[in-house]
Design a protein around this ligand. Sequence first.
Ligand code: NYM
Length: 217
Amino acid sequence: MPARGAFVVLEGLDRCGKTTQLSLLRSSLSSSSPPTPVKALNFPDRTTPIGTMINSYLKTAADMSDNAIHLLFSSNRWEAAPALLETLREGTTVVCDRYAFSGVAFTAAKNNGTCGYDWCKGPDVGLPRPDLVLFLTVSESVQEKRGDYGGERYETRELQRSVRGVFDRLRADDEGERPWKVVDADRSVEEVARDIEEAVREVEERVRGENPPIAKL
Ligand code: NYM
């Protein structure tokens, strides 16, 4: 049995550069010598029937209650969980663009917290827990300069401010379990990529060496 792969999640506000960084990370891991087997995931996964509903909601083509859309975002992770576990167990490292932390941060932030923080955490309890959460921080001015800002639901300055607050709370709450690594994403793409790769290689090595069981949220 090979040692399992590491599970790494990139989180952050909209336009923090996660998607670019994830693709750079995937290429650098798979082109290293020897190559690290790696699979990239992203949430929401808009390709499934549940993901299609989420996409309509985000593009404002469909409306839904805050509770209902929150549960769909979570279901979208649960439907991916069996394959995710299998991939990790067969020794492949998974790098993932957003996960349950975005789920809590965005829902708990909106409408003055109609859906409470604890309620928001509930549906994701039991999902595979990442070995590392890389939290990309971005300043408001840089965020707003990057392309396409404002195209989807949630992309307003006020909401992003509240989301930032909930992410800070999540990070503080997770401190005892497995500290997040905060990466300043206002810097150049190359500088950010270097920090991310270093942190991922470190966790990869630890997971391959210790082969710890996959923990749960
Ligand atoms: N989002 C993402 C949520 O509100 N809940 C979730 O569980 C997840 C995974 O979807 N503004 C929000 C955050 C983003 C939006 O994500 C779409 P992306 O990474 O832009 O496709």
